[in-house]
Design a protein around this ligand. Structure first.
Ligand code: TXA
Ligand code: MG
Length: 315
């Protein structure tokens, strides 16, 4: 594993290189936002479709002003409450402020201020960074340095931090500003109901077919294993059908050949934190048939987890 100190990360980024970047959500694959060379390297490394734009990571809400095409009334309250943190805001921008390649030619761009102190300190040194999740396109995101190593090799540089990286385990929630309102482009670490007190409404989740958020069109988070999501719970009579059962430590899965526990049924936070590690784990057992217990309370905190699992199970 190639964990690099802060000074080395600054040097590499200034030379248009790419590094693994710890954030509070998932690890990112970072390059300087004003370097088309670095951005191209990210697309190539990830094998990412060119139509899928990147999130620009800035060090403070104030830095957003220079990009904005026009003032947005609710922006200050959203950013003061949720930044730094796992919220990405997509807004109309002055086009010359971001290389075309980084925003897939759109007239909008996505921004967020990450929570980890190390990450923001780095951005203050290098300028804004684009950072998609640190996985090969279509594979589960990376929540541990080992995941980056598995996708990009043992020599791939990853920034050292003494803070807890990827504690949340799910990507940021994306809100898109459109015709005076915010709509949700992606479910994520912040449940949508949390925006109600500020906005006066809960942002609705856009229909994937309308491609509000281009990234949602591409197949995502897909393990090689076949996942069966079950709201009914475990049935011993079908134990021969499955190689692996992913479930809660509080429950019994009689007859199961191999059980992976993914956190308490009372803790969506813990389950979110473990999600990509488990998806990668089952992926190692190629073509495994996986039963995944999703009989949980209808609490909004499970929605983003369910969204990722549904994508992972679709073929
Ligand atoms: O938590 C996160 O957001 C992580 C960490 C590393 O910060 N990053 C991340 O990036 O999840 P990525 O590239 O995996 O997802 C970026 C998403 C894509 O779905 C993309 O379509 C959307 O952001 N996006 C970026 N620019 C957009 C725009 N102008 N309009 C709509 N969606 C946009
Ligand atoms: Mg991603």
């Amino acid at each position: 594993m190639c964990i690099i100190p802060f000074s080395k990360a600054v040097e590499l980024l200034k030379n248009d290189q790419i590094i693994g970047l710890p954030t509070e959500t998932v690890y990112g694959l970072a390059g300087r936002a004003n370097s088309p060379i670095a951005i191209q390297k990210i697309y190539t490394l990830k094998n990412r479709p060119a139509q899928n734009p990147l999130i620009i990571h800035i060090s403070s809400a104030e830095s957003l002003a220079e990009y904005l095409l026009e003032p947005i009334e609710t922006l200050a309250s959203l950013s003061s409450l949720f930044w730094p943190g796992p919220l990405t805001l997509v807004v109309p921008i002055k086009p010359h402020t971001i290389p075309t390649i980084g925003r897939a030619g759109l007239s909008t761009a996505a921004f967020r201020v990450p929570l980890l102190e190390t990450t923001r300190a780095l951005i203050r040194e290098t300028g804004p960074l684009v950072a998609p999740s640190a996985n090969i396109s279509g594979k589960p995101s990376a929540t541990k340095p080992e995941h980056i190593e598995a996708d990009f090799g043992i020599d791939f540089p990853i920034l050292e931090t003494d803070e807890t990286a990827a504690l949340l385990g799910l990507e940021s929630t994306i809100l898109i500003y459109q015709q005076g309102r915010w709509v949700a482009g992606r479910l994520g670490a912040i449940p949508l109901a949390r925006f109600q007190p500020i906005l006066g409404y809960v942002p609705s989740i856009g229909d994937v077919k309308t491609a509000l958020c281009p990234g949602q069109l591409f197949r995502h988070y897909a393990p090689d294993a076949h996942l069966t999501l079950s709201e009914e719970g475990w049935d011993e009579s079908s134990c021969e059908l499955y190689d692996i059962v992913v479930g809660f430590p509080e429950r019994t899965y009689r007859g199961a050949k191999n059980i992976i526990h993914w956190g308490s049924e009372l803790s969506p936070e813990k389950c979110a934190h473990e999600l990509y590690t488990i998806l990668r784990e089952v992926d190692k057992q190629k073509q495994a048939k996986v039963f995944w217990d999703i009989r949980f309370s209808s609490n909004e905190d499970w929605n983003a987890i369910l969204d990722r699992l549904k994508k992972a199970s679709s073929r």
